[in-house]
Design a protein around this ligand. Structure first.
Ligand code: 3H9
Length: 692
């Protein structure tokens, strides 16, 4: 059996190298290996100091998340950290890659710490609905104070070791052979007679108790309205660190960790973590080779084209933006330079970086300018026949091996592929706005798309920090969104108010309710994009009434809400209620009431049912892919795990029965997909379909 921790002695220094690829997660084997290595080092009179280092690409990136939810196998991580800290010989942690979560807690428990200059560290447990449970909430504030420690724990963001506040954690940041430097550092400790320096005994972070408590109080205030459970528990632990003796603080942390771990929020967030990684496992990656990308071509003068050009420039690629008229080319150039200017203003890039980006950018009023591009993204929305013409032109212009991507919605990728002599190079891609923030994109390969083309698009997306999700023939996101909106419309048509629907869905954790979102998108844009994505025999038409009354969304000053004053204050409007009341009256609808819970249930059931249809039609590969899209494209709360995970939690048999009940009102839309029956009958849930 391969050892998870390698033990070697080098000039009186025991070097414990963790070897558990890919990220050296602190599994049972790794934890046992560390403890065994430590015991061996402590029992060997020739060993005077210990170095703990990660093999491969990183120091441990955390506890092994796959072990959560199973019985704990000793030694548990808090125990490992305590053993390291209480060791009688100095222990040096040598950090490279990403020391995260439990990995960073091991670092904090070591007596001395050195890091490679490119290393990053952090406590991202909050993103999994838990808190640092191996002493992190007690040790980090002892060294860094409440502000830095809480920043790390509440944002979960990794921090570069060279960042201003990071010095308190590291004795040295090195550029070169980390292992050699760490052994030399340990030998120095030996020759200077330095013994263990235990973090539990440090109080630098508590030097200003007033500032510490103020920070804690502020953070309580900041999370007071959040629905997530873990953030408040983190603050409680950090508060306890300053109030309780160390061991009691650890006990407090341990019980809070256990509370968090048992929540459905944590289960959902862990599901989301693995869903994001599973989504990227495309069969094409087994043999497909990503092609090199230096120059990206972008077609179009609209918002999508400009955003694509800018994020590509920000990644360092050369970008050629091509349109078909001089005016459009000028417009595209001006939009792109405006976006770069905005990025500088918002400090997403420096002025120098923006200038360099502009130097890599060219614009043209003829597609011929795309002849040197390695990948060309057509970001226009036009009828299929016009798109076909563009792809025929590109076939003549593009260099051999260039990947041709249709990035405009509603494409027919096979039709476009047929228009070229290299159908293997053609693929469709669905990007979500706002492009800088949304972390997901759907890849729709055609029947002939080559493995290399898929691999190239995946590597392109990974560089842009987006999770790739595979879809077949059409996109996943718009279908689920349309089902959600239609369910909401049925509720409003039957008697609910849009304001109550929005409130209910915000209560579910959505950033915006469906009608607020519709207001911000604008009725025209959103209704034309929605089309008839969902199967239903009847579409409520009260939005049409609102439009007829001069309401078109936030930009027009009024939609479902009123946007008055500067900055606009958003208000509910009795006129909307009246317009909807009149609509119901004309259609002979006798209004009835809905509770917020009933609203949430219907909206969720509609999304899950549409998801089931997408699975059966083969559009989506797995339920968890649908969850990833909805979380990152439409603000579905991550801590609910996505609509398919939330449906599992709500109970599929119950949901099927409820869908059948709703189907009496609108059978085509609500009738539960056969998958519900199949899963419920076999005692299974959607999660059982989440195969690799
Ligand atoms: C914790 O530490 C709790 C403690 O406080 C207390 C305990 C008592 N466990 O993301 P990638 C897998 S909570 C198990 O594609 P990258 C991942 O699933 C933990 N597996 O690579 C994937 O597997 P596969 C706190 C893990 O280079 C493979 O590794 N730590 C873990 O894009 C590659 O991952 C975190 O939350 C894990 N901890 O990014 C950090 N981490 O190949 C979580 C990764 O089968 N990890 N895997 O699909 C990350 O943020 C990223 O993985 C990392 C690398 C930045 C490290």
């Amino acid at each position: 059996m391969v050892q998870a921790v390698l033990f070697e002695v080098e000039d009186n220094v025991a070097v414990l190298t963790i070897k558990s690829p890919p990220v050296n997660a602190l599994s049972h084997a790794v934890r046992s290996g560390i403890v065994d290595g430590l015991d061996r080092a402590l029992g060997d009179d020739d060993v005077k100091a210990v170095v703990l280092i990660g093999g491969g690409r990183t120091f441990p990136a955390g506890a092994d998340i796959r072990e959560f939810g199973h019985p704990v196998q000793d030694p548990w991580l808090p125990e490992v950290c305590n053993r390291l800290e209480m060791a009688s010989k100095p222990v040096v942690a040598a950090v490279h890659g990403t020391a995260l979560g439990g990995g960073f807690e091991v670092v904090l428990a070591a007596h001395y710490r050195i890091a490679d200059k490119d290393a990053r560290f952090g406590l991202p447990e909050v993103t999994l609905g838990i808190l640092p449970g191996a002493g992190g909430t007690q040790r980090a504030p002892r060294l860094a104070g409440a502000k830095f420690a809480l920043d790390m724990m509440l944002t979960g963001r990794p921090v570069p070791v060279t960042a201003p506040g990071a010095k308190v954690f590291f004795d040295a940041v090195v550029d070169g052979d980390l292992r050699k430097e760490a052994v030399a550092f340990a030998q120095n400790l030996i020759s200077e007679g330095k013994g263990p320096r235990r973090t539990r005994d440090q109080r630098i972070g508590f030097e200003d108790p007033h500032a510490y408590q103020n920070e804690v109080t502020n953070r309580y205030r900041m999370v007071a309205r959040q629905q997530e459970y873990a953030p408040e528990q983190i603050i409680r632990c950090v508060e306890a660190a300053a109030l309780l003796p160390f061991d009691q603080g650890l006990a407090f942390e341990r019980s809070s960790f256990q509370d968090c771990l048992e929540t459905s929020q944590s289960a959902a967030l862990r599901h989301a973590f693995f869903a994001e990684r599973r989504a990227g496992k495309f069969p094409e990656l087994k043999t497909g080779q990503a092609r090199e990308l230096n120059t990206i071509g972008v077609i179009g003068a609209g918002g999508l084209a400009a955003s694509v050009a800018v994020i590509c420039l920000q990644e360092g690629w050369h970008v050629v933006a091509a349109t078909t008229t001089v005016r459009a080319a000028e417009h595209a150039a001006s939009e792109i330079s405006k976006l770069l200017g905005g990025a500088v203003m918002r400090k997403h890039m420096t002025q120098t970086e923006a200038d360099e980006a502009l130097a890599r950018f060219t614009t043209a009023s003829d597609l011929v300018a795309l002849s040197e591009a390695d990948m060309i993204l057509d970001c226009t929305i036009r009828p299929p026949s016009a798109k076909r013409d563009v792809f025929t032109q590109l076939d003549a212009i593009a260099k051999e091996g260039a990947v041709l991507v249709d990035a405009g919605a509603h494409s027919k990728v096979n039709l476009l592929a047929q228009a070229t002599g290299a159908p293997g190079d053609v693929v469709a891609l669905h990007l979500y706005a706002p492009l800088r923030i949304s972390k997901v994109a759907e890849i729709v390969p055609g029947g002939n798309t080559s493995e290399d083309t898929v691999a190239t698009v995946i590597s392109f997306l990974r560089k842009l920090d987006k999770f790739p999700v595979r879809a077949k023939n059409e996109q996943i996101g718009p279908r689920i969104l349309a089902a959600y909106r239609l369910a909401a419309d049925y509720i409003v048509e039957a008697g609910g108010t849009p304001y109550l629907v929005d409130q209910a869905m915000r209560g579910f954790g959505m950033n915006l309710g469906p009608y607020q979102a519709l207001d911000y998108e604008g009725f025209e844009a959103s209704l034309s994009a929605q089309g008839s994505a969902c199967r239903a025999s009847h579409q409520p038409d009260f939005v049409g009434r609102l439009q007829a009354a001069g309401r078109n969304g936030a930009r027009s000053g009024k939609g479902f809400y009123l946007y008055e004053g500067k900055p606009a204050s958003v208000q509910q409007d009795p006129e909307v209620i009246e317009l909807i009341r009149a609509y119901r009256e004309e259609n002979g609808i006798d209004p009835r009431g809905f509770s917020e819970e009933a609203i949430r249930y219907r909206c969720l059931a509609a999304m899950a049912n549409e998801g089931a249809r997408l699975l059966r039609e083969g559009v989506a590969r797995r339920p968890s892919d649908i969850d990833t899209v909805m979380i990152h494209a439409f603000g579905f709360p991550r801590w609910q795990g996505g609509p398919m995970k939330a449906a599992d939690n709500a109970g599929l048999l119950h949901m099927k029965v409820e869908l059948e009940r709703f189907a009496r009102e609108e059978p085509k839309f609500w009738t539960p997909d056969r998958i519900f029956d199949h899963l419920a009958k076999n005692g299974k849930v959607f999660d059982d379909l989440n195969t690799q």
